[in-house]
Design a protein around this ligand. Sequence first.
Ligand code: SAH
Ligand code: SF4
Ligand code: F3S
Length: 460
Amino acid sequence: MMTMTKIPKKKLFIKTYGCQMNVYDSERMGELLRPLGYDMTERAHEADLVLLNTCHIREKATEKMYSELGKIKSMKSQSGGKMTIAVAGCVAQAEGEEIMRRQPAVDLVLGPQAYHKLPEMIARVSRKVGDRLETDFDTLEKFDALPKKRHVTGPTAFLSIQEGCDKFCTFCVVPYTRGAEISRPVDDIVFEARNLVHQGVREITLLGQNVNAYHGKAPAMAAATGAGEEWGLARLVRHLARIEGLDRLRFITSHPRDMQEDLITAHGDTPALMPFFHLPVQSGSDKILAAMNRGHTREDYFRIMQKMRTCRPDIALASDFIVGFPGERERDFQETMDLVDTVKFAVGYSFKYSIRPGTPAANMFGQVDEAVKHERLLRLQALLKDQQEAFNKACIGRTLPVLVTGKGKLAGQLHGRSPYLQAVHFDAPDHLMGRLLNVEITSATLSSLSAQLLYDEAIA
Ligand code: SAH
Ligand code: SF4
Ligand code: F3S
């Protein structure tokens, strides 16, 4: 008779900082460790392995990681040293050696392109041999080494299709932490998407640092018939939209320079592509856009957003903004305010410029005072908040399809997402979880919508 060797059960705690790409990476690391007996826990102190997946984008994000490490270190001492501490993500890539020096309790450090090596590194830590730092760049090797099948619960999921960045905006660390731009082959993405749908996923958000720069190897079939060797994002989206059971597609984050005409028109003719478009602009001043090395003007931005609205009149537009970039005068800032006023956004993410050592903008003249940055941020946020509230209020009385993603705050409530990515809650029984339902919006606040379920109009 065969005897199975039982893998001892262990607990894994993951804390994720930063962007959606990190959320995806954390899920993948969890999936990678499952066959080794690791189950997820919400409680760091009871974990055998604590993994911090870090973000380097602004100084604050990096500081948070060091303070969290302090707390985890005392948990490790309480565990009698049994706990393993791993630091992954963009801070690991940017300052791995420094993390090890500043916090000796850290057992291993691995960059975003090396996380497929996690099992091997854990083995090295337990044997106390070999490198504890892995920050190589070989992104496609990583994707090849990950388990092909995903392990997800719930109706929504992220799927990374493109990674890295060659744009080198002068303020940004991403090209240094994520490496050069690469696109995954279409066949791999389709396989992963089908696998997600098979597990009940109905909405997929395609991820990339410059997702619309996607240029992946065409499917074997298409290449053989001469239908192109590489596909862009629009073609990929149209292809994925044909997967049965995949009701909704989204993608983030795009760059104005890579905005192709066919991606704009896809929003008008591909029903699965949701009417939400996030296009970071950073500034409304041409002078600042040039200093940031964004490679486009404010007029270019207006043109793209205008075309998008022509193709899909109800589209919700979103953007990112940086205030207080070196050399930003009040009149430059006013141009950002004017851009916001002209475009009218459904959502806006705004940040004070944060000096990132090693990036060109860190050494530029005309660094802006903290107090000035702060005051500009407040003004911009007030305007964006007004626009967000106005967008939400304009939905009152409309019937919207909502994908139910979980239970609401109050008993008897469920919540979900509108096509415009708004949070919607309404009274409904639990068995409707995961369904796509028509609801009528009854009231709206800055951050969410309340609705009434239209029973006879449920979609699926
Ligand atoms: N690839 C995307 C966004 C990447 S980072 C793009 O091209 O726009 C996400 C957001 O963080 C950026 O859009 C920017 O608004 C902000 N950000 C990046 N570096 C920053 C810095 N040094 N200081 C403040 N905000 C920053
Ligand atoms: Fe950073 Fe610019 Fe690349 Fe976006 S495009 S990740 S802001 S360098
Ligand atoms: Fe942060 Fe890295 Fe994402 S720096 S924003 S986690 S790509």
